[in-house]
Write a protein of this length. Structure first.
Ligand code: FSX
Ligand code: SF4
Ligand code: F3S
Length: 568
């Protein structure tokens, strides 16, 4: 029997949900919200052909109640939701989302309010939305509501809730209050509750991210697919940078130098004045805020990565690019582990017989062997009893020729080249004086060296990049888009090979450096991307990976990856 595809699975789920709600629940007419529901389904990636079915499920869900708890926060999340339009907030709460209890918005107060809360909790047919972080331990009583602490209120309301949503970065990750030195010992919901929490971070999150995620839950009675920080992928799957309207300026090397210059008026990229869009995962450029009026970058300030865990501590100075000196603290926090990472083993197994002994000893029928050191870069795949060399690297390493390729690619490349010349003045004159002889290489380490030369380290040696990378204090990757591509010609019975296009990644790296990323951030990002590239192949091939070389031992054991790597 053929396995159903994603659309068929979705249809089956919706059909069975419809059957079930039809039997058990009353129906309310939502015909007037058809278009609005359709827009949200498209955000969620649910095809328009299911609109009628979805509307009917929602019509039967009008008895689902919501408790909205306020803990340590500024009420910005509520403010964000209040500004929703077409339909407005009032229509939403009367027709779909029946918010029974909400400290700041509800009419009743005192005993009347408590009675509403208690009867909703007893009735058990509700979901819990929490805004704000939870003060704990000695600081628990810093937040009291009536006679209970915030934590006690949370436990009380969470117990019978059908699902729990953390609204905003405070409840998702602790937010600003949990920034060092965290005087109120504030925690994220997921750190103090023993059950699944769906995080909708952002300080504040957009109305759309709150509403569409709730709609998804009402439709399926389950959480949407989540990322490793428990955020819905539909909203937090792409970086702010990748969706940003100023990305063209970034790739052309056009950066505002300060908040008053002409570049600011021309819509230049804000990386140099501190934008953290490349490190923040959120759909702000797409859904925006205040009834789709604007979003931070359009309003003229860089993204401060407000939807990331520990954003206040981890992202350095708000209005400077990522550089060693703009970075002050880093609080490592335990976050959920990503699934499906390959098993990683660090070994030196250069000869084929050593590899075979190892495979027999571990009872592995498939395995990837990667070696990267100053002498060579190789990758072998062992499958069906045989080894195949599946890495074919070949790239130019002469910095002068590399720049010529970038410059001649298109208008963007030309502009990037010119802005690079302005930013790296004297150094470009030195590159101009180099010979034009081609220097092709097949070793990653040679690429490391030429990248450093482009960024002003004239006497760079191939291992220097790893030394800079190790010193980097800023543990986020500036993505260059380095990827090994599977060879397109794949004959039957043959294992595919991998190749890469260094030039494309190099243009992006050049843009970051013109924008003010320093050599530490550059080196760290390049090294991490190389490691991730090999991990992706192991995932793709669904096998263990054996790595040899300093780049692996350091970056897999001493970096933030450590928390989620399986080592044997
Ligand atoms: Fe404020 Fe909400 Fe920030 Fe926190 O939003 S906007 S402090 S995420 O909990 O109220
Ligand atoms: Fe937009 Fe910021 Fe990326 Fe520049 S760095 S393109 S302003 S998100
Ligand atoms: Fe926050 Fe950045 Fe969006 S600051 S609101 S994640 S643009």
């Amino acid at each position: 029997m053929k396995t159903p595809n994603a659309i068929q699975v979705l249809e089956q789920k919706l059909t069975s949900r419809l059957d079930s709600v039809r039997q058990t629940r009353a129906r309310m007419d939502l015909a007037h919200l058809h278009t609005w529901i359709g827009e949200h389904l498209s955000l969620l990636g649910i095809p328009a052909q299911h609109l009628d079915m979805c509307v009917e499920i929602l019509e039967h869900m009008s008895d689902m109640k919501i408790i909205w708890l306020h803990l340590q926060e500024c009420s910005g999340c509520t403010e964000s939701l209040l500004r929703t339009q077409n339909p407005n907030f009032e229509t939403l709460i009367f027709d779909i989302f029946r918010i029974e209890y909400h400290d700041t918005l509800m009419m009743p107060s005192g005993y009347q309010a408590t009675r509403v809360l208690e009867s909703t909790v007893q009735n058990q047919h509700y979901i819990l939305l929490v805004e704000g972080s939870v003060p704990m331990e000695d600081a628990q009583n810093y937040l009291t509501i009536g006679e209970r602490s915030g934590y006690e209120d949370l436990l009380h309301t969470a117990h019978n809730a059908q699902a729990i949503f953390a609204i905003g970065t405070c409840s998702s990750y602790g937010g600003v209050q949990s920034a060092a030195p965290n005087p109120t010992q504030s925690h994220a919901l997921s750190e103090v509750l023993q059950r699944e929490v769906i995080n909708i971070p952002g300080c504040p999150p957009s109305d759309k991210n709150i509403i569409a995620t709730l709609l998804y839950y009402y439709l399926f009675l389950e959480s949407p697919p989540l990322d490793r920080f428990h955020r819905p992928l539909w909203a937090y799957g792409k970086s702010v940078h990748d969706l940003c309207e100023r990305k063209g300026a970034f790739l052309s090397g056009k950066f505002a130098q300060d908040f008053n210059d002409e570049g600011m008026q021309e819509g230049y990229c804000l990386y140099k004045v501190g934008c953290k869009g490349p490190y923040a995962f959120n759909n702000c450029p797409k859904v925006q805020f205040n009834a789709k009026t604007s979003w931070p970058v359009r309003a003229g300030h860089g993204c401060i990565a407000c939807s990331e865990p520990n954003f206040w501590d981890n992202f350095g100075a708000l209005e400077s690019p990522m550089r060693q000196q703009s970075f002050f603290t880093y609080q490592s926090k335990c976050m959920p582990k990503p699934k499906n990472l390959p098993t990683i083993l660090h070994q030196s197994l250069r000869s084929e017989s050593a590899k075979r002994d190892f495979l027999a000893c571990q009872s592995l029928s498939k395995c990837l062997f990667v070696e990267s050191n100053p002498e060579s870069s190789t990758m072998y795949l062992y499958a069906d009893g045989a080894f195949a060399q599946i890495l074919t690297l070949s790239f130019e390493t002469n910095p002068k020729l590399l720049l010529q390729v970038i410059r001649s690619k298109n208008k963007q490349g030309q502009s990037l080249y010119e802005n690079y010349r302005k930013a790296f003045g004297d150094h470009t004159a030195w590159i101009d004086s180099l010979e034009e002889t081609s220097m092709m290489s097949t070793n990653l380490y040679d690429a490391f060296k030429s990248v450093l030369v482009l960024f002003g380290v004239r006497e760079a040696k191939s291992a220097d990049l790893l030394s800079f990378a190790k010193e980097c204090k800023f543990p986020y990757v500036s993505p260059f888009g380095l990827k090994l591509k599977q060879e397109s010609i794949q004959q039957e019975g043959q294992i595919a090979g991998y190749n890469w296009n260094l030039n494309k990644a190099l243009s992006v790296a050049l843009a970051y450096c013109v924008g003010g990323l320093d050599v530490y951030g550059l080196s760290y990002s390049l090294a991490r991307e190389v490691v991730d590239m090999f991990m992706d192949i192991a995932k793709e091939q669904d096998c263990a990976i054996v790595c040899e070389g300093e780049i692996f031992t350091h970056f897999l054991t001493h970096s933030p990856c450590k928390t989620y790597l399986v080592k044997q």
